[in-house]
Design a protein around this ligand. Structure first.
Ligand SMILES: NC(=O)c1ccc[n+]([C@@H]2O[C@H](COP(=O)([O-])OP(=O)(O)OC[C@H]3O[C@@H](n4cnc5c(N)ncnc54)[C@H](O)[C@@H]3O)[C@@H](O)[C@H]2O)c1
Length: 370
């Protein structure tokens, strides 16, 4: 088991990663008398595989465990499901010190985080991330939220958890595609912070990575968590370096929107977005050499029909990004590998060329193309 402390201005909390650590870690956290009742919000697919075990473990801590399932998919990050979550808590007698345990990927975590932030003006939340992406990224840092018809994550709050427990036992049921989604965020840490990660992520290249070397996987996840925790500690509310975590994401969000958040996943879009950001960095004058992302390209199998997306649509969607503050687009670019910087790019053609590269990659994924 490995752990670290995230120290933010508003709150410090522990993050733990390891295998079969769920009960032990919870027993270190649930020590007071507030546990006469426990609430669990769980992703439906996770619950299908591990629900019985989860409930049994929680019953060690309280004889009264109430749970609600969150349907899989981005559409659960909605006002409707936020309202259902809040109803679930309030009609079951939640109190200000009752912990909400949220188990699932980034969707359940973002939804549960926002419900915890808003019910009774804030109840304690314990994140149990169960996807690779949620372990290395979304469960850390306190960004919570739901989507609105005008865009993703437009309603939300910064709300730090009481603890994060990442038990790799839950990954045993994770579909292959979700592992690859998480890989994109892992590679992002390689690009912006630690070159070693490009080597360590090569466990994903092995044919049998689902039963990959556990220690290597845990240490890779821990390394990524630590990078995110350090960045969040230095810049909790994203007024500076936290923006580096958005490397590739301006392109990715616009591509996801162009695909109606349907035919491409967030992680797939982030991978292509990083390729585009790498290209834009070079077009904008960076002397970036080498292509450390390329080795992982065969792992991605895109399902988007290239005709579905147009360069100009993707370009215009970038202007709807909530992080945009003025008339020009800002991007996280690389001066060198592991040397990110936020830059305003005024040359539209450079941006469109970078978008073109994403579309070219989608074309390469079509049947019959190598
Ligand atoms: N808050 C943040 O800082 C932050 C950062 C990055 C991404 N996000 C958000 O995270 C979301 C994406 O998260 P995600 O990739 O984890 O997706 P997800 O939550 O949709 O989970 C992916 C799929 O895996 C299933 N699943 C989850 N755990 C499982 C398990 N152990 N076994 C079997 N199936 C399991 C889910 O049902 C779902 O079908 C997006 O909404 C994104 O906006 C938030």
């Amino acid at each position: 088991m490995q752990y670290l402390e995230v120290k933010t201005q508003s709150h410090s909390y522990k993050i733990v990663v390891g295998r079969e650590i769920f009960e032990k870690s919870l027993s270190d956290i649930l020590t007071d008398s507030s546990n006469d009742r426990l609430f669990l919000l769980a992703d439906e697919n996770l619950f299908h595989h591990h629900g019985e075990q989860l409930l049994k473990s929680l019953q060690h801590f309280s004889g009264d465990v109430r749970h609600m399932l969150v349907p899989q998919g981005e559409s659960s990050k909605s006002v409707k499901f936020w309202e259902s979550s809040v109803n679930f808590l309030l009609t079951n007698g939640v109190r200000r010190n009752t912990p909400l345990i949220v188990a699932g990927g980034g969707v359940t975590g973002d939804l549960g985080g926002f419900a915890a932030a808003s019910v009774l003006r804030g109840i304690p939340i314990i994140h149990i991330p169960t996807t690779v992406l949620a372990m290395v990224d979304s469960s850390i840092g306190g960004k919570t939220g739901i989507n609105h018809s005008t865009g993703k994550n437009l309603i939300g709050a910064f709300y730090q958890p009481k603890a994060v427990i990442a038990d790799t036992r839950f990954l045993t049921s994770l579909p292959r595609r979700e592992w690859i989604n998480g890989l994109s965020e892992i590679l992002k840490y390689g690009a912006i912070s630690d070159a070693e990660i490009f080597n360590e992520a090569s466990i994903f290249l092995s044919a049998d990575y689902l039963s990959t070397d556990r220690e290597k996987l845990i240490s890779l996840i821990f390394k990524c968590m630590k990078i995110k925790a350090d960045i969040v500690a230095a810049d909790e509310f994203e007024s500076g370096i936290r923006a580096f975590l958005n490397f590739g994401h301006t392109f990715a969000h616009a591509l996801e929107k162009a695909c109606n958040y349907d035919s491409i996943s967030h992680g797939e879009a982030v991978y292509l977005g990083m390729l585009a950001a790498q290209k834009l960095s070079r077009l904008s004058g960076s002397s970036l050499t080498g292509d450390f992302l390329e080795a992982y390209r065969p792992l991605y199998q895109f399902r988007v029909q290239p005709a579905e997306v147009s360069r100009d649509d993707i370009y215009s969607f970038m202007f709807q990004d909530k992080k945009r503050t003025d008339e020009h687009l800002k991007f996280v670019l690389l001066d060198e590998w592991q040397s990110p910087a936020v830059k305003t790019v005024t040359n539209k053609e450079y941006i469109k060329d970078a978008i073109e590269l994403m579309i070219h990659q989608l074309k390469q994924s079509q049947p019959g193309k190598s």
